[in-house]
Design a protein around this ligand. Structure first.
Ligand code: NAD
Length: 301
């Protein structure tokens, strides 16, 4: 039986004309709850894949594993592709550099030809900012960070989003950072991540009338292997990363993945153009140091 297009996909909000054909959305509109949307958000679908860039490690890997565990068909790309153990994710075996325009354009076409239309995109590929006093910022390093983190996010979002818009279905989540909302001695990285937050709004407006949604998450310091290695080497100090957050801790990769999964799913069907911090309250607590610091909790009863 051919199901209405809106029910086939876990990732998109049907365009206005289609809403009236979708019983659960119609029920939601009548104020009768959104049951049924949950299952569509996590159901194995006959067509449509989620593409996760930078999915071989860190936040991308955690997201790919979570979505695959929820029954989504997930294709992982990376500049250094490595399969994810014990998951049903599909690894795109050729290295895909998100900053290389021709590689992105041909790679996206080849992935769709091989695995079907991309209905969910997670732009998780990225590199961290090198910390330098401003006089010592090398412009090759600036270009590398901006090219991968901002240009790469735009290139993949454009290649995938144009196709989604034509098909009137899709959701995109860009991984930005709290660094794009604050400042730090990581000049190119903060600028690139602020740019990611900005293009997220622009793309959301660009494709809004097609039903394609575009959102960002901004992780705080997240306990990936890379961050742990930095702490182990002494380059980073765990206490200094944890103590400015309201919750006094690092974020786990799975916590970022869960926010991304929500933004891809119909559970967030009315949400587009936002930047959702997943930061253990880092942004919320920014100014408390000026007032003497955050309160310690009373002794547990
Ligand atoms: N971990 C954190 O504390 C943190 C905080 C805020 C934002 N972020 C952002 O989250 C995203 C994921 O970072 P992570 O912490 O998981 O790092 P990670 O290094 O563990 O993973 C990043 C992945 O991107 C891939 N990659 C790098 N350059 C690429 C390129 N040119 N093309 C394709 N793939 C490329 C890497 O090979 C790697 O697999 C990044 O955008 C990062 O800026 C991370």
């Amino acid at each position: 039986m051919r199901r209405p297009a809106g029910i086939l996909q876990g990732y998109w909000l049907p365009s206005r004309g289609e809403i009236s054909h979708d019983p659960s959305l119609a029920a939601a509109k009548r104020g009768q709850g959104i049951s049924g949307m949950e299952s569509r958000g996590t159901a194995m679908t006959a067509e449509g894949i989620v593409l996760v860039t930078g999915g071989s490690r860190g936040i991308g890997a955690a997201t790919a594993k979570l979505l695959a565990g929820q029954g989504q068909r997930v294709v992982v790309t990376d500049i250094a592709p490595e399969p994810l153990a014990e998951t049903q994710t599909v690894l795109w075996p050729a290295p895909l550099d998100v900053a290389n325009e021709s590689a992105v354009v041909s790679g996206i076409a080849a992935i769709e030809a091989a695995h079907g239309p991309i209905t969910g995109l997670v732009n998780a590929a990225g590199v961290f900012g090198k910390m330098h006093p401003i006089e010592r910022v090398r412009m090759e390093q600036w270009d590398r960070e901006v090219n991968i983190d901002l240009r790469g996010t735009f290139l993949v979002a454009r290649s995938v989003g144009v196709r989604m818009a034509e098909r009137r279905r899709g959701a995109i989540v860009n991984v930005a950072s709290v660094a794009g909302m604050t400042s730090g001695p990581i000049h190119a990285y903060t600028a690139a991540k602020a740019g990611v937050i900005q293009i997220t709004q622009t793309l959301a407006a660009e494709w809004g009338r097609t039903g394609v949604r575009v959102n960002a998450v901004s992780p705080g310091f997240t306990r990936t292997a890379m961050l742990e290695a930095g702490i182990a080497s002494g380059a980073l100090n765990r206490k200094r990363l944890e103590s400015p957050t309201a919750m006094n801790r690092l974020v786990e990769p799975i916590e970022v993945a869960q926010a991304i999964a929500w933004l891809l799913s119909p559970m967030s069907s009315g949400v587009t153009g936002i930047n959702l911090p997943v930061d253990a309250g880092y942004i919320a607590a920014t100014t408390w140091a000026a007032y003497g610091g955050l309160r310690e909790p009373p002794a547990a009863q």
